[in-house]
Write a protein that binds this ligand. Sequence first.
Ligand SMILES: [Zn+2]
Length: 61
Amino acid sequence: MMKCPYCGSEMEEGVLVSRVVPEWVKKGEKKGTLLNCIKKFTHNELPAQCCVKCKKMIIDI
Ligand SMILES: [Zn+2]
């Protein structure tokens, strides 16, 4: 279990789900890099930890 770096609460484990693979695009740049999703038949999953209190999410890229 991961603790939230903002409030110290236990973060909820889960996945961010999307049909398309999300891309990280650095500020000021046009070209991005695809994030390392787990590919499923109809969607992609990106492992993530979520703090519902702070509304913050930590994702594995
Ligand atoms: Zn928090």
